[in-house]
Design a binder for this molecule. Sequence first.
Ligand code: SF4
Length: 695
Amino acid sequence: MRKDPENRDGPRPVGATPPAAGGNPEAGAAPPQDAAGPPCVPGAVALLGPDGPVAKALGAYESRPQQLEMAAACEEALGRGRHAVLEAGTGVGKSFAYLVPVILRAVAEGKPAVVCTSTISLQEQLVQKDLPFLEKALPVRFTVALMKGRSNYLCPRRLRMAVSGSADLFDRAEETEALARIAAWAKETSDGSLSDLDEQPPFAVWDKVCSEHGNCLGRKCDLHKGCFYQAARRAAAKANVLVTNYALYFADVALRREGSKLLPDHPVAVFDEAHEAPAIAAEHLGHGVTFFQVKYLLDSLLSPSGRKGFLRTLEGGLSAERPVRDARLAAEAFFGEVVAWSRTRAPENLRIREKAFVPDPLSTALEGLSGALVSLARGCETEEAASEMNRYAVRAHELSATVGDIVLQKTAGHVYWAEIGETAGSLVRVGLKSCPIDVAPVLARELFAKRRSVICTSATLATAREGGFDYFRRQIGMPEAVVERRVDSPFNYREQATLVLCPTLPEPGDAEAFVPPAAAKIIRYVRATEGRAFVLFTSYGLMKAMRDRTAPELSEWNIRILQQGEGTSRTRMLQAFKAAEGAGLAIYGVDSFWQGVDVPGAALSTVVIAKLPFPLPSHPLVEATTERIREEGGSPFEDYFLPEAILKLKQGVGRLIRRKDDRGTIVLLDRRVVSKGYGRRVLAALPDFRIVYED
Ligand code: SF4
């Protein structure tokens, strides 16, 4: 646990000199400005250059012209009030390249900039390492805050309420023990956020004590002064640089459409790992409901036995027992119908094409429950109890609205589908989903039209070596007049990595013919480096087939396969792999191992890619995207499947070379990069590896 009182009440001003609106006068010529644009803040290139303060603070300065090129492009975009797409290869040092100009701009203008990332590890790197370093190194004072989603913060008022009602709220000993641990931790934590807790509590416990939108008494709360969430908000409001995640960012975008917001107004935003932004936006601009969510709400109000639940903590609360039971029966009937539909009338991909595809008693039952809870809230003796009750009412209403929206397909431009988990006989993993088929129009309107500069950066944004940003811009809704730059990695890929192509293997679509010879190649290359290998797949089916085929022989050579989806989390698999320096281990992974995984050094010396990572055509969203492109007169393959595959392949091959002295081999088992016309475009988009063709 960390205890840092300085961190509690707000951002920390650091640095010796007052804000320098003009930046460093030693900077080169100011970038061009639009006549109507704000004045440019020069200086980032000089600050990051060989004679600048960053080099001095680093001690051993390593000249990185690519970093300066990216910083200049970023400065240009900020100076001209333009958006930017900046592809920066591995090793460019892109965090500093965007942070320095963004900090200068935010300080000069006195308006915050938001930096958005997709992973906690990148957020931690920015907040715990990069930004504190720059706070010390740069000759400007600036403040930083990390903003997490609201439910990450403890609500001391709800904690007090949960402790006093715990006998009625919690069924199991582990839950009351977890509550006691949280109560003890609350006295010493500095930021009150979930990640500061050593042992993660059960969801059912944290959910009763976390800060919630719509369940906060604000200034009327007697614990307002010591409130962790309010402290984080105050820090965010004062910060020059606010670091957050995409989930919160796109929740903010969605809320702003309704006149509300989560983040302070900010003219500048940076999207790091921006290749992930369109998919995350789609998820957060869509809807979803599961049987588990409904059951959880109802059980929290009153357990099926009637012995536990929030209603029991209030006098007269049991008057809502009937609506809870009605909603429970309706939920079982409704999700049972969804399962029956999936087994009899549904298409294989469970896409819901017709309105009212099943009868819906649930939205009415949940709305009735919501009304009953609102009435109860009016009669509550304390504002605290009324707030909690109203929150339950709002949740019931929201779930009702989502069920109704999906069943009646109310949102234009969305695709709808069902997801049925594998747990036999249980409804717990049954759910319904919807998301926009195309997020571009929403983001063009709600994001790019409303922010002066959105800087999108990642190692994989371009689908070709020259230009190639059209696909990303189109996908995310970015206008055409933007600053575009592709900054190559400083690594010497030709010397550091070999790309092995296998033109004589059968095509992977013919699994029966493909698996035996492809498995032989996997064995050969994984053996060659005695493990230290990632083997990346696009489907669990192919991964399992290859594992069955390769595991016996690899085990004879003392090489063990760590396979994704076998109960061990990705984090633990990676920890085990890194702890062994990869020796005697091969990770077989899908999807999440293609990106965001960093294993530098000899620990990862071989990356095998089984198949070009085209999107799965049968997925409802992919199917709907295909239909949309056809309707617009485009080519689904050229306009969607191929660019998607190129970007994901670039991510996959990017796992191998993480440092200047890394060496290794990439084996691409999909012959289509050689046999098909588009193969040349795929290869041309990759780093400049030494290519070897193998029989
Ligand atoms: S101010 Fe709101 S979030 Fe903070 S303790 Fe009070 S009720 Fe909870």
